[in-house]
Design a binder for this molecule. Structure first.
Ligand code: G3H
Ligand code: 13P
Ligand code: ZN
Length: 334
């Protein structure tokens, strides 16, 4: 069942964070849906309630252009039929104005992100307001971003600029956004921290106190870049320099301070890379794409279960379904 991120955040706020996972292809999609039901190797495995989680499936502009955006929509609609127990939002990640309008118009996305964080404050508000007005008219919710992460966001090269609490409150009030991505020390990609830096909890606390009560905050660049996956890649012929990401032990403390959505893309790519490198190393005579694909889908599903456990969303699906049945129902039809 496709719902809005707002519906998921109402259930999660202050208790746990919902995992927002980027997908680009079929194997990732199948692994993601299986993982959020605690299944591993087969679609026909029984769902495991203790591991089942609500989730956000997010699609970047890069993913939309990888083959054709219509393949993604068809694949996701099919996954919703193959795995009827799931509850998830379909979200545009790092949208431009043009991409947001296209997704709002399509009627398929339940949530869009307008990323005008590289614009001056007033311009960011103006652009976000326009998107929010259009999206809300169709029952779609809007994530905006204030502050700048480090690293590279598609074609925008960010320079770190942490979100200011006073600005966050004014931005939310004037832009009409439904959730806000804040810069609290993370960055996109595999090369986040050379040393032991973590999240700026002091900044997050100030933001939570300044914004309206129970307003959902979003954390981008949240992959943990696990050492074991980087080692597996390098043992199988990869050449990734030493790096580290957001410690997984910091997800729940961040959730307690209002972070409802935790964006994870890079970690999924590491799982993909390790599995495929190992497959080519260990079975050099194989040229069938399905054996590594099967290993990847199972490994990705298991990894999603692990992430959801660290986010606190594992085991929440039944309660979310109950809450929806009690009142909110699925998202309004557009
Ligand atoms: O924040 C960016 C996401 O990781 C999406 O990456 O633009 O390479 O699909 P992508
Ligand atoms: P990572 O690169 O840390 O996975 O962040 C992904 C992200 O923020 C997508 O919007
Ligand atoms: Zn991001």
């Amino acid at each position: 069942m496709i719902v809005t991120t707002k519906q998921l955040f109402q259930h999660a706020y202050g208790k746990y964070a919902v995992g927002a996972y980027n997908i680009n292809n079929l194997e990732q999609t199948v692994g993601l849906f299986r993982g959020n039901l605690g299944k591993s190797k087969s679609n026909d495995d029984p769902a495991d309630a203790k591991k089942s989680a609500p989730f956000i499936l997010q699609i970047s502009r890069g993913a939309r252009g990888y083959t054709d955006k219509r393949f993604l929509e068809a694949m996701i609609r099919t996954a919703d039929v193959v795995f009827p127990e799931v509850v998830f939002a379909v979200h545009l990640d790092h949208g431009t104005e043009e991409a947001c309008y296209d997704c709002i118009q399509s009627g398929f996305y339940s949530s869009v992100m307008i990323d005008a964080s590289h614009e001056p404050f007033e311009k960011n508000i103006e652009i976000t307001r326009k998107i929010a007005d259009r999206a809300h008219a169709k029952g779609i919710v809007v994530e905006a971003e204030l502050g700048q992460l480090g690293g590279v966001e598609e074609d925008v090269v960010g320079s770190v600029c942490l979100t200011k609490a006073e600005e966050a409150a004014e931005f939310i009030d004037r832009s009409g956004c439904d959730s806000l991505a804040v810069a609290i020390g993370t960055s996109h990609g595999a090369y986040k921290f050379a040393g032991k830096q973590g999240l700026h909890f002091d900044v997050l606390k100030k933001i939570q106190q300044a914004v309206p009560q129970a307003f959902p905050l979003v954390m981008h660049g949240s992959s943990s870049v696990p050492k074991e996956w980087v080692e597996r890649i390098n043992h199988a012929g990869g050449k990734m320099p030493a790096t580290s990401g957001v410690p997984e032990s910091q997800y729940l403390p961040a959730a307690k301070l209002g972070v409802c959505k935790v964006n994870i893309d890079t970690d999924g790519r590491l799982v993909w890379c390790a599995v495929h490198r190992e497959s080519f190393r260990d079975d050099p005579a194989n040229f069938d794409l399905r054996p590594p694909g099967k290993v990847f889908m199972a490994a990705y599903a298991d990894y999603i279960v692990h992430k959801n456990t660290m986010l606190g969303s594992a085991g929440q699906l039944e309660s979310v379904r109950q809450t929806l049945a009690d009142g909110q129902g699925p998202r309004p039809k557009t």
